[in-house]
Each structure stands twice: as C-alpha cells, then as structure tokens.
Design a protein around this ligand. Structure first.
Ligand code: UD1
Length: 420
C-alpha cells in the first residue's frame, strides 16, 4: 500500500486545476441506465470511485468506454442485461444505490444490495425506498438486498422527503423521469450536483422544474434519449485546495473555481483570514494575517458542507483562539480529530461538537484516516506542520482526489508518494 509524505513549512504559489465533481459523476453515470441511447460525460474526474461505478454499471449491461485518458466517459445501455447489483461491488461504495431508481424506472425491476454501514455512520437508505414506494414500487427486503418491482411501471406521486438526502433526491429524480404522470418531490436536496443531474436529464429529454429549490416537479416521459453533458466542477476538491494556501501561506489560483458553488464556505474562510478574489479563470486565494477562529455548523446546501468539515478543522487547529465545529449531517464524523491531536492540535470532541483551541504550531507525525475527507485534512495539516507527516491508507485519497501529489507539488509543496 502507498503512503504520502509531506514535509511542512513551504509556502504555496501557483495554480491548481479543479476536476469535475466526483459526486456529480457518480449520479450522472447511473442516469445512462435510463435510456438505450449513448450518454457521454465530459470533464469526468479520474478516481477509483469512478472505476467502481464503471464496474457496477458494466455488471448490469451498460458499456462504459473511458476516453481521453478518462476525461470523457461514453456510456451506452442498449438493454439492461442483469438487474442485480451485487454486494461485492455495492459494499465498496454507497453511491451504488443510485442504480436502483433508474433500473426500476426503465424495466420495472431491480435487485440492489443494501449498502450497509460505513466509517462515517449508519447511513440508511430508507428515504430512497419510501419515495420509490410512494411511486408504486413494491419492495421486499431480504438477504441484505432490496428486491424492487413495478410491473406496470412507476406512477407519478407527491412525496415529501423526511430529510433533504442528496442520494435520495437523486434516485427519486431519476426514477420520476420515466414514471407515468407528474411527480412532485418536496424538501429535496439542493446541492449543485443535483442541479447538474437535472440539467443532464433535461438534455436527455426529461421534463423537470425546480432544480436548486426545495421542490422538484417532474413530468414523466415515455423515453429518454442520448446526450452529451459536462460534469460540474468539484466544489469539495475546490474547497480543499482553497484551504491549502490559507494553512500553509502563499497564494494559489484554483482554475475552474466558482464562488457560487461554495458561498457559505467562502464566507467562513474569509472570516478565518483568507482573501478570495475572482479571476478570469477561477479563484485566487491567499491568507491575510493570522488565522482567526470561526464557528461552523454543517448543514444541507446552501449551508456549510459536511465534506469540508475535516479540512476546515485542520486550518482551525492553528487559529488564534477557539472555534466550535458542529456536525449535523453524519454521526461519527470526527475521526480526523484524534489524528490531528497526535500532530499537536488541541481538540475536545463531545458527541457532534468539536471544540478546537488553536495552537501555535503542529508537528509532523505518522497518521492515518478512515475516510476520504479525514485523510485529506491530514495532508493539509501536514503542509503547515513542522517536519514530516506520513499519511497511510492512501486508497481513501484515490477515491476522491486525482493527482493530489502532482497538484500540490506544482505549487511548491514538499510532498511525495511512496510504497510502504
Ligand atoms: C452525499 C455525498 C457525500 C456527502 C453527503 C452529504 C455522494 C456520492 N455522496 O452522500 O459525499 O457527504 O451527500 O452532503 O454524492 N439518510 C437517511 N436515510 C436515507 C438517506 C440518508 O437517514 O435514506 C441520512 C444519512 O444517514 C446521513 C444523512 O441522511 O446521516 C445525509 O445523507 P445523504 O444526504 O443521503 O448523503 P449521501 O447521498 O449518502
């Protein structure tokens, strides 16, 4: 297994290109199950999660061609040859549940393994299931699988999500495009990745209103057709690299960065001492003076994204004062705190609240993390720490950050990857 070694203390200067969004691509790819015509996705990120989704879709009869070094994905599902998403693949990645809605909508049948727990909490899929039931699906849970049927097709329905689940909204939105009649979904998630999915589905012939608001109205159509769609910028990769020059010092331009994808995060970063300006090609970020404490509460979009909480905590360990971070989306999402403490941070965690008392400096240490965003928070901490930080379990990073070492070293970071 590989590990990444960061030697802190270098200011960062240069440009970092931001890739297409992992989380958008993971819902756009299953949309290819909705039509027999080709769906082409450009600006795709090159990540192991995309390879896992490719493996899953291939097992269902979707042909996936990776073109232009993985930047373009050409998907085609002339017919779904197998309607079972097996545990072996689903257990690797929770987003696998997103094949359920499309398969059920197109062919009236789907069998999908339940994702089970993962490192950041229980993460059930009850909202996905009850929404599909409202659309007339018959569901049977046995042997760890959801057996779903809609022999006469799905029927448009009015459904209020009990919580604005991102994956739940995506699954129900995709399913509703081919349902008979109109579906109205209330209290839906409004993340940019959902807006991107709606744009892609519309290009495929779907009739959707209200993306980016709390209510989605979908008028079902008989068929969808092929389309070409550009994957939206990865706002989580963007936010992660915006933090790099703030924690390490220097000035970095994030190519392709857009403030509107991350307004709440940008405001908090500015309070912490960042200066953010828009350029013709993206966003320019530098630190102005000392790092200041900020209180953060993670919320559904447009609130502060849970996927940037760990990285923000890395920055706030070095603030002049105390910050309070409240995690409301996931239970058990502070696994980075004990590792940051090993690097000299002063953090108390009680339930969903972490109190971070800023310290004057961090010290490099061997660390490891159990999820993607926790891992990258340790890389950020390592950029500012004295000495060497060795981050193990790099496969977490490969799920969500393409060419991480190359992107940071191009800006002057002392970072390398080696075999353990
Ligand atoms: C997506 C993102 C993930 C991000 C999260 C929240 C992808 C592939 N992943 O995950 O990176 O951290 O949104 O922004 O896009 N829940 C239920 N029942 C359900 C569904 C969800 O109780 O049926 C709970 C979950 O356990 C969790 C919370 O709702 O506590 C948020 O989940 P959800 O919004 O569905 O996130 P994901 O789609 O899994």
């Amino acid at each position: 297994m590989d590990r990444i070694i960061v030697t802190g203390g270098q200011e960062l200067r240069g440009q970092i290109p931001i890739a297409g969004a992992k989380n958008a691509c993971l819902t756009l790819m299953p949309a290819a199950l909705l039509t027999s015509e080709p769906l082409t996705l450009t600006n795709a990120p090159r990540l192991s999660d995309i390879a896992t989704m490719t493996e899953l879709l291939s097992s269902l009869g979707c042909e996936v061609a990776s073109l232009q070094d993985g930047r373009v994905l050409a998907l085609g599902t002339e017919r779904i040859s197998n309607h079972t998403a097996h545990y072996d693949i689903v257990r690797k990645m929770r987003a696998s549940i997103l094949v359920l809605g499309p398969m059920l909508a197109r062919d009236g049948e789907a069998v999908v393994s339940l994702p089970g727990g993962c490192a950041i909490g229980a993460r059930p899929v009850d909202i996905h299931l009850s929404g599909l039931e409202a659309m007339g699906a018959e569901l049977d849970l046995r042997d760890g699988y959801v057996h779903a049927k809609a022999p006469d097709g799905l029927i448009g329905a009015e459904y209020t999500l009990p919580f604005a689940s991102v994956g739940g909204t995506e699954n129900l939105l995709m399913a509703a495009t081919l349902a008979r009649g109109t579906t109205v979904l209330h209290n839906v998630a409004r993340e940019p990745e959902i807006v991107d999915l709606a744009h892609c589905l519309r290009a495929m012939g779907a009739r959707i209103e209200g993306e980016g608001t709390e209510t989605l109205t979908i008028h079902g159509v008989d068929k969808l057709h092929g389309a070409t769609h550009r994957v939206v910028t990865d706002r989580i990769e963007l936010g992660t690299y915006m933090l790099a020059p703030v924690i390490a010092g220097g000035e970095v331009e994030l190519i392709g960065g857009r403030r509107d994808l991350l307004e709440c995060f940008c405001e908090k970063l500015e309070t912490a001492g960042a200066v953010i300006s828009e350029t013709p090609d993206g966003l320019l970020v530098r630190r102005d003076g000392p790092i200041r404490p900020v209180d953060i509460k993670t919320e559904v979009h447009p609130g502060f994204p849970t996927d940037l909480q760990a990285q923000m905590m890395a920055l706030l360990t070095l603030a002049e004062g105390t910050s309070v971070l409240e995690e409301t989306i996931f239970e058990n999402r502070f696994m980075h705190a004990p590792e940051l403490i090993r690097m000299g941070a002063d953090i108390d965690v009680h339930g969903g609240i972490a109190t971070v008392h800023g310290v004057a400096g961090l010290k490099g240490a061997p660390v490891m993390a159990t999820d993607l965003r926790a891992s990258v928070s340790l890389i950020l901490a390592g950029l500012a720490a004295e000495g060497e930080t060795v981050v193990s379990r790099v496969y977490h990073l490969d799920r969500g950050y393409e060419h991480l070492v190359r992107k940071l070293s191009a800006c002057g970071a002392d970072i390398r990857r080696e075999k353990e």
